[in-house]
Ligand binder design. Sequence first.
Ligand code: 2P0
Length: 326
Amino acid sequence: MKATAKAHTNIALIKYWGKRNEELILPTNNSLSITLDGFHTITNVSFKEELTNDVFYLNDSFVQGEQADRVTKFLNLVRDLAGRYVFAEVKSVNAVPTAAGFASSASGFAALAAASTKAVGLNLSDEQLSRLTRQGSGSACRSIYGGFAEWQKGEKEDGSDSFAVPVVAKDHWDIRVAAVVLSSKMKKVSSRAGMKRTVETSPFFKGWVESIPADLQSIKEGILERDFTKVGEIAEANCLKMHATTLGASPPFTYWLDTTVTVMQTVKQLRDSGIPAYFTIDAGPNVKVLYLPEYEVQIKQALQSIQGVADVKLSRVGQGITYLGD
Ligand code: 2P0
């Protein structure tokens, strides 16, 4: 009744931004991401008859409150699916520095889903695992797979057709991502609260949703052709559209800091000087830069030299779920 799994986080090139059903975590649009090898979570789950409630440790610290409640809520889904009502001890180690601005919820829920289902004796397909993982955190359903993955929003109201699928083989393309960590910290609107406010109040939200199918089709063509310019241009524009919706919300908000904009301008200057690079930004101030391996040295140097940048973490394409020894 125990198992350990490792999952990597992912960065969306076509963003998930908006839910049509908050309880089941059903999105308003398809999204597409790259799984990254630089950031992962390893989770061990042990179901134990003697426990009277679930217990959750993150990086060796006992966790209570909202985070622990989300773990229990997810384990309830797993228990229902298996028909086995036993509490669990969950131990997670996050190699996703929170300051790096990568959502640890993606690797966290993917690892939890994989370890808990294996521990309870379920033998799920990737599709079944992705569908279940989605109910922990939306973006996590893409981390089941290595390489490029697309989360298909589905049409059904029960969520049975809302899960991620691989787009190409994991080793299709050696594309890289630099995570630019900014030194300033700000009190941010969580992605969950931010997308809710946007859906409910931003007049730009409709335009965002309508623009997705064309972006998705083009970026998939670009990925298949390994056309870096095409993929980079679509990813950057899609990110800007997502962030534009927040400015139209009521009350309006933005995830950007002044240094966020400086990094965006540096990426543009790199392009103007002949070094291909494109940015994307999630629900936070940090910037992720897409680049090709042959430009790694110049990219790192240029990004590190920006005032206000604390760190630049480089990442390759990562693999999907792996199971480790108990
Ligand atoms: C994404 N983000 O596609 C987008 C882009 C943030 C900006 O998915 O409420 O933590 O758990 O489903 O998955 C972050 O949202 O939200 C996110 P929930 P999640 O990566």
